[in-house]
Design a protein around this ligand. Structure first.
Ligand code: KIV
Length: 274
């Protein structure tokens, strides 16, 4: 069945919906977006939340990792997504080193993402060690989503992109991280590349909504990168990705056809002239 988004009566998603959906055992849907058209598609596709992720660096800007992404880049792209998103809750990533220098720096940068980028909440990577920073941002009136497990901004410290929480000690540590974030006032937490048993345990114990990516079925919701789920990224995808479309081929074949018709003189026709 196809759902016409304009005909759904779903209300504008707000912060309280995350706890509400968790409590009702209704899954939370979050998808990344980086510009006006992807923001529009995700919003009209009915996602509960749109994430302007710092995956922007790889997905939209062609960098090898998220570490090169700056505050100015996040503000610029968040503002474009903001202009597109009407119904979903808009979360924007705080990029590398934009919140770890001092609590003051963290609050000022979170404020920029809200004021200039139009974010309704900001997302920070880290567990217990960033709880005081999370508390400071939340106390300043800005909602925070946490992000634990495989935290790409710390890829050099983690020693690569590895699944987290496979051993009891590391699973327990992730539970403590999620609880610390909840206590600091975070309203939800992304669980990235976490063993599914550990992710289920975190979901049971954290007290806030968990949104998984490569963390199995036991989370309160799921997030995927827009170009992965639509197939706009033609590269081989990681195991946790399911491609729901073939956007890259759709676009490339439209360009091929356009080129063919221009070269053959078939396009433009009289009907395309003023
Ligand atoms: O930057 C991003 O896209 C993210 C998701 C992978 C959760 O943080």
């Amino acid at each position: 069945m196809t759902v016409d988004p304009k005909k759904t009566r779903e209300p504008k998603r707000r912060i309280h919906h995350f706890a509400m959906l968790k409590q009702r055992s209704q899954k939370i849907v979050m998808v990344t977006a980086y510009d006006y058209p992807t923001g529009r598609a995700v919003d009209e596709g009915g996602a509960d939340a749109v994430l302007v992720g710092d995956s922007l660096g790889m997905v939209a800007l062609g960098f090898p990792d998220t570490i090169r992404v700056t505050m100015d880049m996040m503000v610029h792209h968040a503002a474009a997504v903001r202009r597109a998103v009407k119904r979903a809750y808009l979360v924007v990533d705080m990029p590398f080193m934009s919140y770890k220098v001092s609590e003051e720096q963290a609050v000022m940068n979170a404020a920029r993402l809200v004021q200039e980028g139009g974010a309704e909440a900001v997302k920070l990577e880290g567990g217990r060690e960033i709880a005081p920073i999370v508390k400071k941002i939340v106390d300043s009136g800005i909602p925070v989503m946490g992000h634990i497990g495989l935290i790409p901004q710390s890829v050099h410290k983690l020693g690569g992109y590895r699944v987290q929480g496979r051993h009891e000690e590391s699973a327990d540590s992730l539970v403590l991280d999620a609880k610390a974030l909840a206590e600091a006032g975070a309203f939800a937490v992304v669980l990235e590349a976490i063993d599914p048993t550990a992710a289920t345990e975190i979901t049971a114990q954290a007290g806030i909504a968990t949104i998984g990516i490569g963390a199995g079925r036991g989370c309160d919701g799921q997030v995927l990168v827009i170009s992965d789920l639509t197939g706009l990224n033609p590269d081989p995808a990681p195991k946790f990705v399911k491609k729901f479309g073939n956007a890259f081929e759709l676009m490339a074949s439209a360009v091929r056809e356009f080129g063919h018709e221009v070269r053959s003189g078939e396009f433009p026709k009289e009907q395309h002239e003023y």
